[in-house]
Design a protein around this ligand. Structure first.
Ligand code: GLP
Length: 240
């Protein structure tokens, strides 16, 4: 596990964007695994700037980690909408190469199985970006998620519903379920970059890096991956 500690959110975002840029430079048809949440917003802003300066997404394929169940792609809190607003509309990626689980699929189990197959069909993920929940979840793999898990329907932890309620008008509007890539789906990526900023992530980062590898701390599984980089601001790294 390589750990890069930078002074602040801007630097963290720059650092992660540079890793993505390098990935696309060495492999223009890279398969990127993408994350949502507030953490990657700065990274996506930088990538949009880089795209204006010529970074070419035309051959890139993307797979997002997760999507809320019950929210259609045009719902402002859906992750499809988030990706469109924050990255896809600012880079030259063909939409048919952007994959996000469909949280309104009639058969959610079939949607999950098909998603996993699509990742395999694309040749697997070259670079997976991750944020981290305050309970150390990755994607929507909440504490207790099996390390062998693949894309599936998950119940959100109370703490996650609480954390994410800031984006919704009320707590009652936060979906209670999601489709999430599994721990195994994430661990199969060739390279993983986890970013975190702010003091409220410091405990989760401590447990991820220095705690035991346990499904109670989903991100701790990353200790077992051969090519992981953590990009942290000083606050998130403050307990290491
Ligand atoms: C969300 C997402 C995760 C994200 C995490 C942290 O619920 N499903 O992929 O990493 O929670 O969010 P934030 O970056 O807003 O702190």
């Amino acid at each position: 596990m390589k750990i890069i500690v930078v002074s602040d959110y801007e630097r963290m975002s720059e650092e992660v964007a540079k890793i993505v840029q390098a990935q696309i430079a060495v492999k223009p048809d890279s398969v990127l695994g993408l994350a949502t949440g507030s953490t990657p917003l700065g990274t996506y802003r930088k990538l949009v700037e880089m795209a204006k300066d010529g970074l070419d997404f035309s051959q890139v394929t993307t797979f997002n980690l997760d999507e809320y169940v019950g929210l259609a792609g045009d719902h402002p809190q859906s992750y499809r909408y988030y990706m469109e607003q924050n990255l896809f509309s600012g880079v030259n990626i063909p939409r048919e190469k952007t994959f996000i689980p469909n949280g309104t699929a009639a058969d959610l189990a079939a949607e999950c199985a098909a998603y996993e197959e699509k990742i395999k069909g694309a040749g697997g993920i070259d670079l997976q970006l991750l944020g981290i929940g305050s309970n150390a979840h990755i994607g929507f793999n909440e504490p207790g998620s099996e390390f062998g898990s693949t894309t599936r329907l998950v119940d959100l932890a109370e703490s996650t519903i609480e954390d994410n309620s800031r984006f919704f008008a009320s707590r009652e509007e936060v979906p209670t379920q999601a489709i999430s890539m599994g721990i195994k789906s994430i661990m199969q990526a060739k390279q993983i970059v986890l970013m975190a900023n702010g003091e409220n992530k410091a405990d989760a980062i401590w447990a991820t890096v220095l705690g035991p590898v346990t499904s109670d701390v989903p991100a701790s599984v990353l200790q077992l991956h051969p090519f992981v980089t953590l990009v942290l601001d000083e606050a998130a790294a403050s307990k290491l």
